[in-house]
Ligand binder design. Structure first.
Ligand code: GLU
Length: 307
């Protein structure tokens, strides 16, 4: 299969220093594999409520200013809903998706009754309330039957799903215990990231996922869905995060500001900052294209890409 990488931004805000790291890393990873490999961009606007109008186009312009141009026209998740419908229908047919009528409050109350009260920053592990029916409530979401799927997989008998990240090494997660039956689609329409990303990565032939480390703990859920849908599992590399002044992951809340790509010098400076986060040397070139080309062999050495 043709080696394929992708950058998959959500158009909830402009590209900031953290997202540029993921974009640059996924681009370098593809280029380090040689001219046959493809770098794709997917605008992840499936969660329509959080997306800002015009932001997808803005991000594409910022990437282009940095010389990060995709090998094919970008795709937009909002134009692909029939693929997600088909995947959900398949999971329903397999008995692996069920409707859930619980609100957040219902889930918190059920967890409290079980003596597992939800803490504000902790994961809200779904307690399985609607597994055996909606109990007269209207459906609010479709959930993946994690425990049911895991119990039918001999390899998951121990409960943990393990995978190897190209930077972080071996990672394990007990999805039923740590996450529970996760949402595939909300009843009011939006598709969950987990389902859309799995369907799209497979359909775009993505062989190598390179993205920010904040997303690493979604990977086990995505591998479960790939297995349930009979889709291949790509390789994964999660890149270091850029921290805000408060030490947290850079986000709009703690001052992630848009990168400045208004001039070629500014775009080069933004790329250079992202390259340092990845452990690459400072650019000696005077513009983006030669700087990018200069980092490709360095990336190959550092991250052990197949040439
Ligand atoms: N759309 C996700 C984000 O911007 C990234 C998804 C991915 O790379 O798998 O956080």
């Amino acid at each position: 299969m043709r080696e394929t990488g992708r950058f998959a931004p959500s158009p909830t805000g402009p590209l900031h220093a953290g997202s540029l790291v993921a974009a640059l890393a996924s681009w370098l990873d593809v280029r380090a594999r040689g001219p046959q490999a493809r770098w794709l961009i997917r605008i992840e606007d499936a969660d329509t409520e959080r997306c800002l109008p015009g932001m997808g186009e803005h991000i594409l312009r910022q990437l282009a200013d940095c010389g990060l141009l995709p090998d094919e026209a970008p795709i937009w998740q909002t134009q692909r809903t029939e693929r997600y419908e088909a995947a959900l229908a398949r999971l329903q047919a397999l008995g692996l998706a069920y409707p859930c009528g619980c609100s957040r409050k219902d889930i918190d109350e059920a967890l409290a009754r079980l003596g597992r009260p939800h803490t504000r920053h902790g994961e809200r592990v779904y307690p399985g309330t609607c597994r055996d029916g909606l109990h007269g409530k209207p459906a609010r979401a479709w959930r993946f039957a994690t425990e049911k799927f895991e119990s039918a997989q001999p390899a998951l008998a121990s409960g943990e799903l393990c995978w190897t990240d190209r930077r972080l090494g071996r990672q394990c997660q007990d999805v039923s215990r740590e996450v529970g039956d996760f949402v595939l689609r909300r009843a009011d329409g939006p598709w969950a990231y987990q389902l859309a990303v799995v369907v799209d990565d497979a359909e775009q032939g993505v062989t190598d996922v390179v993205r920010g480390e904040d997303l690493a703990d979604n990977t086990a859920r995505q591998i479960l869905l790939q297995r349930a849908l009979g889709l291949p599992t790509p390789s994964y590399l999660h890149t270091p995060l850029v921290r805000g002044a408060d030490g947290d992951k850079l986000s709009k809340q703690n001052g992630a500001i848009s990168i400045d790509t208004a001039t070629p010098e500014a775009a080069l400076a933004a790329l250079d900052t992202a390259a340092r986060v990845l452990g690459l040397r400072a650019a000696t070139a005077a513009s983006c294209a030669p700087a990018l080309a200069g980092w490709v062999p360095e990336w190959r050495d550092l991250y052990n890409s197949r040439p």
